[in-house]
Design a binder for this molecule. Structure first.
Ligand SMILES: [Zn+2]
Length: 527
């Protein structure tokens, strides 16, 4: 989601213009991601995550190069195919899972292994945040991305699926993460947003006006390791279909935040997934309902006219009938063609619709997020001062989005799990658990939500054979919980250990940082 903050001057100045994305070929300088000293090892050789990495920008951190000691996790219930089964042990060596030992069988204990008691505990594949950004908002908030990356690991997220950032920033973050798997989740790169000209978000987009431009961009980005090619809101079918075609020619994943390009056309053209529930929802309203306009289309309108249009659309959208053939036809097209939907409900609750409600503004997760980031989000605050009627409408709208998420699942549409962090009030890492909770609240059973967060998300980064499942040969990315998340999805937060690439991480919580009481609320718009 890169939408309604866009009209605020300066809110979306990207770190580096896409025009310079070719500078990605220049040697990576870790000085810009450089941090402090290596983290100390505990007696167990487990890596302890720092509370925060000061943004020194001075001394590059020496890479973590030594192979991690083998691990033997004894007696945990292992998540596979949507259920937990007992195990004698899960054994890792050289960063990979080497054995999942059934109860009663002998356990091969490698020399020098760290033993972990998993009795009464629940072992899952490392979580994957299926929609994240590493160059949005952090610079404006004065928060270097490397300060945030440990928060993902702390929350069991061992891999990030990027969904629209500049190539050069992603290359730097990926290099940092590869050098320091004990400090950062793995980053799987995405293209910038492929959009019309001028693009909606100039800093992180690539405007394409001619299908002939598509093949060289897709080829060069694929070579750099881009896995997700993302079509953005202004893109039409003529160029969108060329992107899908070229992405597939290179064995890559094509996804879209749809607006100009109709989902039925994108599905026919072979799209793999859509980002945000609105890429489905916005196409279910009757054609006579006015369409929300892109920023450049509403530039000539008065503030009053924009607000009245917004309200009119909201009033019509909350009446959307999911039993209408327009809805059933589109939903079954998603299911029939195996096109996945990444709802990102949390960004709708926390920013797009309910940013002024207590459930968002007083969420305890904000206490664990760097204060500079939360205060920056406060400065972008919108919706403040909305009438109770407008707020009630927005709540009904969010309920409709949740209802649709549950309906998609029951209709056989495969879901992904993504957050859109660091959009305002979508705290990196912690928001992943909020998204799991919102999906379950929408009627998706916990087992299906956890499969989406692991197996499905691994598919969307083309790493099904490496991640998303606990099996011999896979990368050793694991999360150990002390309570069953199938009983209560909130147990996904009860993390006792995280393993990233075979490295056992201990996870002291980031100390709570209270927000200063006297922070000005920032510019406010009537919502
Ligand atoms: Zn996004």
């Amino acid at each position: 989601m890169t939408d309604r903050t866009a009209h605020r001057p300066g809110a979306f100045i990207a770190t580096l213009a896409i025009a310079t994305w070719l500078s990605a070929f220049a040697p990576t300088t870790r000085a810009e991601l450089g941090t402090t000293t290596p983290t100390p090892e505990t007696a167990l050789h487990a890596k302890t995550l720092p509370d925060a990495i000061p943004p020194s920008h001075l001394a590059p951190l020496p890479p973590t190069r030594q192979a991690p000691p083998p691990l033997v996790i004894r007696g945990a219930a292992v998540f596979r195919d949507g259920a937990f089964s007992p195990s004698a042990a899960v054994v890792t060596e050289n960063g990979r899972i080497v054995a999942v030992v059934p109860p009663g069988d002998a356990i091969p204990v490698p020399a020098g292994a760290i033993e972990i008691d998993g009795t009464g505990r629940f072992l899952l594949p490392g979580f994957i945040d299926g929609h994240s950004h590493v160059s949005h908002l952090f610079p404006q908030a004065g928060v270097p991305v490397e300060e945030i990356l440990p928060d993902y690991l702390r929350n069991g997220i061992t891999t990030l699926r990027a969904t629209g950032d500049t190539i050069d920033v992603q290359l730097r973050v990926r290099a940092y993460s590869e050098a320091h798997p004990d400090l950062a989740p793995r980053l799987v790169m995405a293209s910038p947003l492929f959009d019309k000209s001028p693009p909606y978000h100039a800093g992180v987009s690539l405007a394409i006006t001619d299908p002939e431009q598509v093949p060289p961009f897709v080829a060069s980005m694929s070579e750099l390791g881009v896995q997700t090619f993302k079509i953005y809101v202004g893109m039409d079918r003529r160029i969108g279909s060329a992107i899908i075609h070229e992405a597939h020619r290179h064995g890559r994943w094509a996804s879209a935040h749809l607006r100009k390009y109709h989902p039925l056309e994108a599905i026919e053209d072979g799209i793999d997934s859509v980002e945000h529930i609105e890429s489905v929802f916005n196409f279910l309203t009757p054609p006579e309902v006015p369409e929300w306009l892109l920023r450049d289309e509403r530039m000539h309108m008065s503030v009053m006219a924009v607000e009245s249009l917004r309200r009119k659309i909201l009033e019509e959208q909350v009446k959307t009938d999911y039993s209408h053939p327009r809805a059933t036809g589109l939903i079954s097209a998603f299911a029939r063609n195996g096109v996945m939907v990444n709802p990102t409900l949390i960004v709708y609750r926390s920013w797009m619709l309910l940013s002024d409600t207590p459930e968002t503004r007083e969420h305890p997760d904000l206490q664990r997020t760097p204060r500079r980031l939360v205060e920056y989000w406060d400065s972008l605050a919108h919706h403040a001062g909305a009438s109770p009627e407008t707020q009630a409408l927005r709540r009904r709208q969010f309920a409709k989005l949740q209802e649709l998420t549950g309906l998609l699942h029951r209709s056989g549409v495969e879901l992904l799990v993504g957050t859109d962090a660091p959009f305002p009030y979508v705290p990196p890492g912690y928001s992943f658990h909020q998204e799991l909770e919102l999906m379950v609240e929408s009627g998706v059973p916990p087992a299906a939500v956890l499969m989406a967060a692991t197996r499905n998300n691994a598919r969307a980064i083309n790493l099904s054979s490496e991640l998303g499942e606990i099996a011999p040969g896979r990368l050793a990315d694991l999360v150990l919980l002390d309570a069953n998340p199938l009983d209560d999805i909130r147990h996904s937060r009860r993390i006792v250990a995280v393993v990233r690439s075979g490295i056992l991480l201990t996870l002291p919580a980031r100390p709570a940082e209270a927000r200063s009481a006297d922070v000005p609320a920032g510019p406010q718009a009537k919502g």
